[in-house]
Design a protein around this ligand. Structure first.
Ligand SMILES: *Cc1c(COP(=O)(O)O)cnc(C)c1O
Length: 391
């Protein structure tokens, strides 16, 4: 229990929902918390720390360069800014005003999510193409690569793509179409870890920039993310994010991140998403720990916790089954069906003492999901007990 929450009069909750930002996201790895504390009393040029992070992220993802952001959402804003401004300091200074420059981001219509506000924040206009027919069961097609090609023109800055196991068209095909028109592809892969192999999956498929959350399964600081991709685009993101309050004659950005700048830019569009050395240290240590973990062991631990939840609910007035992960070694879950009473049950759990949060999209027919990632075994037993009591 965190005593500070009690001192503040705020009630701690049990997180059976997974990495949901509104209840704190992830359980920070202890070694990441220790790393944050270890650097908090010392100073360092943040740009040099970002250059070191770039090398680590490049090694982990197979991309040219990487950058630590304040979340996948911030990474998407910086990605859009990089695709719009390139190496032009004047455009960087004018964003989000995009007068006179290509600022459209073409996206398959079935990829539109609330997070594409992050792209628009940089000044981009999202142009969506195709239909969601297959998703809605209204027809046989979704979005065809030719429709993306057809929408690319003089005003196109990038193609946007949200990576999920089921998203279409395949990323490699979208990249081929975009690259035929010399347009970069930005991929939102915020929640697509584990498996660790997905760190390089989207770069391998041809993506020019990829955004991951640091505060989901990597279990880094909640306010971190990763942007990985092409050297010129990550360079542009850095120039639009780093604090630029520097005397030109004394400004010495690390060449591994910002080679050969034309001058000191103004504070850029990303300045409001600053990343501290504590977050940088915490994310890098968490990323290393995530990569060091045995994936089969982690998957077995989550699977066992799901089975524990299922078994604990065997006699409850709900229907339960364990749901496989989307990817091999991804996160499994426990689906709970409580019929028409689902919304009310989720509400009773949330009003319980302590409150229990589950993952629920508001559709009673789909039930709700229990995610093992942020639960201890004891908490899992407790959650099953309370669902049984309240169902
Ligand atoms: C979680 C998520 C984000 C936002 O990630 P943050 O790291 O919280 O900024 C963006 N896109 C998708 C698809 C997500 O699941």
């Amino acid at each position: 229990m965190a005593e500070l929450f009690a001192d503040l009069g705020v009630t701690e909750v049990i997180n059976a929902a997974g990495t949901k930002t509104r209840i704190g996201g992830t359980r920070l790895r202890p070694e990441a918390a220790a790393a944050m504390e270890s650097v908090a009393g010392s100073f360092v040029p943040v740009a040099q720390l970002q250059a070191a992070a770039s090398e680590r992220i490049a090694a982990a993802t197979g991309a040219d360069r990487g950058y630590v952001t304040t979340g996948a959402s911030a990474a998407l804003t910086l990605a859009a800014a990089a695709c719009i401004a390139g190496d032009d300091l004047g455009v960087m200074a004018r964003l989000p005003d995009t007068g006179g420059v290509a600022d459209e981001i073409v996206m398959p219509r079935s990829h539109r999510v609330a997070y594409d506000h992050a792209l628009r924040l940089a000044g981009a206009t999202v142009v969506d193409v195709g239909t969601a027919d297959r998703t809605l069961g209204a027809g046989a097609t979704n979005v065809e690569p030719w429709e993306i090609a057809d929408a690319i023109g003089e005003e196109t800055a990038a193609v946007g793509y949200v990576a999920r196991p089921e998203t279409e068209p395949p990323l490699a095909e979208v990249c081929r179409v975009a690259h035929d028109h010399d347009v970069p592809v930005v991929v939102d892969a915020a929640a697509e870890l584990p498996p660790a192999a997905n760190l390089s999956r989207f770069v391998d498929a041809g993506a020019d920039l990829v955004a991951f959350s640091g505060g989901k399964a990597i279990r880094g600081p909640q306010s971190t993310g990763i942007l990985a991709g092409r050297a010129d685009l990550v360079r542009s993101a850095a120039l639009q994010h780093l604090d630029m309050d520097a005397v030109e004659a004394l400004w010495d950005p690390p060449a591994a991140l910002v080679d050969d700048p034309d001058g000191v830019p103004r504070h850029g569009i990303g300045r409001g998403f600053k990343v501290g050395r504590e977050e940088l240290a915490g994310l890098l240590v968490a990323l290393e720990a995530f990569l060091d973990e045995d994936e089969a062991d982690r998957a077995a631990e989550w699977r066992a916790r799901c089975e524990r939840l299922r078994d604990g609910l065997a006699d409850a007035a709900v229907e339960v089954h364990v749901e496989d992960a989307d990817y091999e070694h991804g996160t499994p879950g426990v689906r709970v069906h409580a019929g028409e009473g689902t919304t009310a049950l989720v509400g009773r759990l949330q009003d319980d003492d302590p409150p229990i949060y589950v993952s629920y999209a508001g559709r009673p027919a789909d039930g709700f999901l229990l995610n093992p990632l942020n639960l201890t075994d004891d908490e899992a037993d407790y959650v099953a007990e309370r669902i049984a009591a309240l169902a």
